[in-house]
Design a protein around this ligand. Structure first.
Ligand SMILES: Cc1cc2nc3c(=O)[nH]c(=O)nc-3n(C[C@H](O)[C@H](O)[C@H](O)COP(=O)(O)O)c2cc1C
Ligand code: SF4
Length: 443
């Protein structure tokens, strides 16, 4: 794997080891300070550990940015019975590509994070719910768990006092976007079809097998060992006041060097595009997503907005999973949104009517607009259907499906109007936006 590491304001922490020799094995990880955080954590009181993560300002990296330590503190007082940690490794949001490479290149940072978190919440059986398609990552994780167990880092009666008990199960899901929604994930893990549960009760009170459960994203848990090892001051020195620390920004699309860039929160898209080698030669930026396909799109106007939860929110979008998809002027907005809409329609679990029926209708209308066969009133129809899904569905997948439609129309209404008469392919020949096998010779 060739990794571009521009000298810049990057803060490689989770990605630091990615280009090391056999970065995924225990020996390499330990040579890089691995499991020192766990050693420290096992000497700390559980409450002290929870307070430390609370004070660090670490926020969930799965999309919503909920404070991680605060989530842990929501578990009810220990009753001596089972309580669980479930790591959400379903990573499915279009454009998001941070958890899978992290687990592939450095699975032990996640295993160490799982061990520290399990100690903090007194969990003796943790689960990693991985999307099943990534069989190679599944194998790496299983191997890392085995290595950790054989080294006595996890298992029964380990740790400095011989009283740390932890089993880790890596579970391969069947691959469904909805199984990334935390309660659908828990249903799936229990062996049922992945459907979201009604909340409350929240997983902290009644989660896996109806027991108190913490569900956290891979990157959230993988960020914990670094905090233990280096301290809160180190972590807080990166990022902004309310969005602290480092995060992996995945840049894809029409840049010269797409990839993962680990940087402090608050970095701007202009800086990131520059690090990614700029927009491909001879082209210019048209639009981009700050947090994946379910977040309102941005254009050149927002290039200098700090990429932190607050600033992106104030500018009318969401930081989500930091899935920065870049599209240049060759791209048809209608085509892109039609693809995303097909995705959401396909992934709708069907439990609630607005999303099940609405995504089906959005798809029909988007496909006819893409084909240049739109009917008068289609744009208002799209807005109407999207408005009846957003905020009215059982879970946030409905909002995710509606967002690209409303934000696309807001920013590029004329392209939707053109869909009443002209196919998107004619206005924006698809070959021109292809990054592979195009006449210009790739990027
Ligand atoms: C449709 C849908 C899909 C989601 N997919 C993921 C996912 O793949 N990974 C993830 O960590 N969170 C995903 N989430 C968010 C989770 O429900 C949950 O908020 C997250 O795992 C909490 O972890 P964090 O607090 O560490 O961010 C998804 C949410 C929805 C509504
Ligand atoms: S919003 Fe969609 S994915 Fe969520 S419960 Fe309803 S049908 Fe299922």
């Amino acid at each position: 794997m060739s990794i571009v590491k521009p000298a810049s304001k990057l803060t490689p922490v989770l990605t630091d080891m990615w280009d090391r020799e056999r970065s995924w094995n225990l020996e390499s990880y330990r040579a890089n300070g691995g499991y020192e955080g766990l050693e420290k954590a096992l000497k700390m009181e559980r409450s002290e550990l929870v307070d430390m993560i609370k004070a660090s300002g670490l926020r969930g990296r799965g999309g919503a940015g909920f404070p991680t330590g605060l989530k842990w503190s929501f578990l009810p007082p220990d009753d001596g019975k089972a309580r669980y940690l479930v790591v959400n490794a379903d990573e499915s949001e279009p454009g998001t590509c941070k958890d899978i490479p992290t687990m592939m290149a450095n699975p032990h940072v996640l295993i160490e994070g799982v061990a520290i978190t399990s100690h903090a919440i007194r969990c003796e059986h943790a689960f990693i719910y991985l999307r099943g398609e990534v069989v190679h990552v599944y194998r790496r994780l299983m191997n890392a768990v085995r290595e950790a167990r054989e080294a006595g880092l996890i298992g029964q009666g380990v740790g400095p006092n011989g009283d740390f008990n932890l089993e880790i199960t890596v579970h391969a899901g069947a691959g469904a976007y909805i199984c990334g929604e935390e309660t659908a994930l828990l249903d799936s893990l229990e062996g049922r079809r992945g459907h979201p549960r009604l909340k409350p009760p929240f997983p902290a009170v009644a989660g896996l097998y109806a027991r108190p459960t913490v569900v956290n994203n891979v990157e959230s848990i993988a960020s914990v060992p670094g905090i233990l090892r280096n301290g809160n001051e180190w972590f807080g020195a990166m990022g902004t006041e309310k969005s602290k620390g480092h995060g992996i920004f995945s840049i894809s699309g029409h840049v010269k060097h797409p990839g993962q860039f680990e940087a402090p929160f608050g970095i701007t898209m202009r800086e990131l595009i520059e690090m990614a080698g700029g927009i491909r030669d001879g082209h210019k930026l048209k639009f981009w997503t700050p947090g994946g396909s379910s977040t309102p799109i941005f254009t050149e106007e927002e290039l200098d907005i700090p990429l932190d939860y607050e600033s992106v929110g104030a500018a009318g979008s969401m930081l989500g999973t930091r899935a920065l998809q870049v599209f240049d002027e060759t791209t048809s907005v209608v085509r892109v949104i039609a693809r995303w809409t097909e995705f959401y329609q396909h992934e709708s679990c069907g439990k609630c009517t607005p999303c099940r029926e609405g995504t089906y209708w959005l798809k029909q209308v988007m496909l006819r607009l893409e084909a240049g066969q739109g009917q008068p009133g289609d744009i208002d129809l799209l807005l109407d259907v999207a408005g009846n899904i957003a905020g009215k569905s059982f879970c946030a997948l409905g909002d995710a499906a509606a967002t690209p439609i409303s934000s696309g129309i807001k920013r590029f209404r004329e392209e939707f109007e053109a869909g009443l008469t002209t196919p998107a392919r004619e206005l924006f020949p698809y070959e021109a936006s292809s990054v592979f096998n195009n006449k210009e010779g790739n990027r």
